[in-house]
Write a protein that binds this ligand. Sequence first.
Ligand SMILES: Cc1cc2nc3c(=O)[nH]c(=O)nc-3n(C[C@H](O)[C@H](O)[C@H](O)COP(=O)(O)OP(=O)(O)OC[C@H]3O[C@@H](n4cnc5c(N)ncnc54)[C@H](O)[C@@H]3O)c2cc1C
Length: 623
Amino acid sequence: MKNYLVDPRDQLFVLYEQLGLDKLCGIEPFEDHTREIFDMVLNEAERYAVEVMEPTIKDGEDEGCRLEDGEVKVPKSFHPLYERYCEGGWISMSREPSVGGQGLPYLLEVASRELLNCNAAFCAYPGLAEGAAHLIQQFGTERQKNVYMEKMFSGAWSGTMALTEPGAGSDVGALTSTAKKQPDGSYTITGTKIFITGGDHDLTENIINMVLARIEGAPAGTRGISLFLVPKYLVNDDGSLGRRNDYTIGGIEQKMGFTGSATCLMNFGDNGDCYAELVGEENKGMRNMFVLMNEARISVGIQGLAAASRSYLNALKYSRERIQGADLANFRNPEAPRVPIINHPDVRRMLLWMKSHTEALRAMIYFAAWCEDMVRATRDTVEQEKWHGMVEFLTPLIKSHGADIGFQVADQSIMVHGGYGYIKEYPVEQILRDVKVAAIFEGTNGIQALDLVGRKLGQKQGAHFADLVEYMKKTLNTGMESKNGVVPLVEAAQSAVNTLEEMGAFFAQCSKEGKFLVPISNASPFLNMTATIISAWILVWQATIAQQKLDSLSQEKGVTPDDWVNWAKFIDDTPDAAFYAGKIASATYFIKNILPQADAIARSIKTEDMSLIEIADSSFGPG
Ligand SMILES: Cc1cc2nc3c(=O)[nH]c(=O)nc-3n(C[C@H](O)[C@H](O)[C@H](O)COP(=O)(O)OP(=O)(O)OC[C@H]3O[C@@H](n4cnc5c(N)ncnc54)[C@H](O)[C@@H]3O)c2cc1C
C-alpha cells in the first residue's frame, strides 16, 4: 500500500523501540491486550486512512458545507465515511469498555489518529462527540450519562463545544449568554455563539451542544460561568426524540480552508424556549470545560502533526521524481545529465528540516500520550501525579508547536514543489490552508504561551516542570552511559536542558521581583524555545537508540563507516540501517542547525528588553 500520510516505520520506532508500548500489555487496565492487537489496529488505521479517508480530502473541500432551510449539509462523501468510522470503532478507542470504548492505550489511539487526521475537517465531527461525551462522563448526572453519553461515545449522536461569542473570544469570561432556572430544575438559554465547529450537520440524528453561559445573577468573569447541555432535539423519557430545541443556525462561515468542517453561528432561545440542562456544579463551568479543551488541544497538535507528516512525505516523493538542473559537480556543463531535485543541497536542507521537525513533533505528542497511559497503568498516586503533571505542562506546547510545525512544514513542502506547490493539482496548498486554523482555535497560540508561562510553569510550585526536566536528564544520562557515537549530541542536548531549567528559574526570579512583564512579554519566545529544546532532547534520545541498533546491524554485516563504499551499499541495501542512519541524521541536523536558536532566544529574553511595552501606540504607524 502506497502511504504518503505517515511513515509507518517511524511510528513503530516511537511506539515500540522508544516508548515500549508493548510493555503495557499485561498491566491493568491493558491486561487483555497484546502486541498483535496493537499492530492489527494500526494496520487497519493505515488501510482505512489511505483507502477510505484520503480520497475524501479534496472532495470535502470542493463541495464544502451548505446551509439549506436552516440545516447544515456536509459533503456527501462524509456520510459513508462517518458510518465506517463508527463501525470501525475509531471513536472512543481508549475509553473504558464500560462506556462502550475499547480500553486501548491512548498512545495507540494517538498513533491511529495521526493517520486518520489526514482529513482533519472530517475528524472534527466525531472528535467533538467523544470529547463532549467525556465531559458528561466526568461531571454529568446518572440520568445524563444514560440518556446522552453512550450514544455520543458510539457516534450515534454528536457534540460540540460552544464557548465563543462575538464579544468573547480569547476572553471567555466576557460571555453574555444567559441561563434562567426553570421550576422543573432545567434551564432556558439565550445568547449567540459564533465559530462553533459542527454546530449543525446531517451526519447524526441528534447533536448535544456543550454550552457555556452565565446563570442570572452569577458573578462576572470566569467565576460565574456554568456548563450546559443543549440538545438539538429534546429526548423523551422512552429515549425517542422530541421537539426541535429553540436555537437556529444563523450562518456558516466561509473560510480559507478546513471547509468540510461546518463553522456555525448559533442563536439560542430567540423564542425564549431553548431547553438546557446544567452539567456539574453551578459556576464551575469554565473549570469543567477544561477537560474538553485540554483533550481538544492535544487533538489540534495531532492535526498539526498529520499535516506535517503528509506534507513531508509528499515533498519527498516529488523531490525524487522531479528532474531539474544538473548535479553540483557538473553545474558548468550544459550537457550534463539533469538530476532529480533531491540531489540539490538546498532541497536536501528543506527535506531534512521537515523530516527532523516532523519526527520530533511525533515523538513529543506520542510521549505525552504515553504519560497519560502511565497515569492509568500505575496505582501509586504520587507517580500518577507526576505523569499527569508532565501532560499538563506539555499540552499548550503540543497545541501551539504542533500547529506551527504543521503550517511551516506545509510551507516548506510547497517550496520543494516549486510552482506546482501553489497549484491545486497537488495536495500541499490545501494542507497549508487547512492547518492554519490550528494556530487559532482552542485558544490562539499566543494564549497557549501565556498559559505555559502564567500557569503551567509554576503549577504545583513548579513540580510539573521540574519532573519533566528531571525525566529529560534521566533519558539523556542513559544515552551517555551507552557511550556510542552520539555522545556529542547528548552533551549538546544536556546543555540545552540546563538552559531550559535556568530560564524557568529566571522567570520565577522575575516574578519574585515583581517584573511580571518580562515573562508575559516573552511568553511566545519562551514557548518556542521550550519546544525547540524538547524536540532536541527527544531526537537525541531517539538517536541513542538508533545508534545502538545501527552498531549491531553493521557488526553483523562486518562493515564500518570508514569503509565508505561498502558502508553506502550497506545503508542502501538494508532498510533498517537506512532508517536508523536517518534518525541519527535528523538528530544531528537539529542539534547543529536548529538548537542554537534556543540559545539565541534565551539570550534575548534575558536582556529584559521592554521596547514592545514602551513603544507608544501612535508610534506603531498610521491609522
Ligand atoms: C474555524 C474555526 C473553528 C472554531 N471552532 C470553535 C468551536 O468549536 N467552539 C468555540 O467555542 N470556538 C471556536 N472557534 C473560536 C476560536 O476558539 C477563537 O476564534 C479563538 O479563541 C480566538 O478568539 P477571537 O477570534 O475572538 O480572537 P481574539 O480573542 O479577538 O484575539 C485576537 C488576537 O489578540 C490576541 N489576544 C487576545 N486577548 C489576548 C490577551 N489577553 N493577551 C494576549 N493576546 C491576546 C489573540 O492571541 C489573537 O492574536 C473557532 C474558530 C475558528 C476560526
